[in-house]
Design a protein. Sequence first.
Length: 280
Amino acid sequence: MKLRKVTAAAAAALVLSITATACGGGDKEGDSNSGSGGDKIKIGIKYDQPGLGLKEPGGSFSGFDVDVATYVAKELGYEPDQIEWVETKSADRENALARGDVKFIAATYSITDERKEKVDFAGPYLLAHQDLLVKKDSDITEATDLNNKKLCSVTGSTSAQNVHDDFAPKAQLREYGTYSECIAGLQSGAVDAVTTDDSILAGFAAQDQYKGQFKLAGLKLSNENYGIGVKKGDTETVNKINDALEKMVSDKSWNKAVEENFGPANYKNEPAPQIGNIVK
């Protein structure tokens, strides 16, 4: 009887040990339902923006947003091979965060009051300006020249509507699913201009297949402060990302990423913005 009691006690202890192990988390930044957990972290980026977020033919990823997100992830405890990149289109960014599909989004995500009602932002980490991309021989030099012209931007972006409302009320707006489609439309003549941030447009204009065909109008139609989107209410992650961004600026990794990604396009970037100064 004594032996059976000891065995029962040992068995009970074993069950408790297994239960504790199963319940105990090894997650670094949350569970799998919040875009991270275990040995992986899911990060939302664009797949079709050269110089910012681009999926290369071989399956690798490049661009300034990718470099920023990789640096931040490392500060959160994740190596590059632990990152799972998730394509996050403009129209689905808020939903992706709300659903927990990703831990954070670095995808030319301009901080606006409307978006701040739905998500929280770390940053900003880049100040861009809205501009126009047109054909090299285009006579469009000002935003007002877009009246009665076809202007393209992507679904979910505010760029084309801003131009329509503030400069060219007779502009014919065209919304495509991606900027690649807008650029193809510009090349074919289906649209007369593409509008979005100058950083994005410069990346496309510098691509080999488009070199010499397009030009930037050189307009600063708005200030676009890129932030890193985080699920609403996740203040802890926002603070950690801000700390990482401050470190990236101070150790000059930010400057290096700007030069490597925008230098070839001769893009004149603004200095690094003040991290944590969330403005429209």
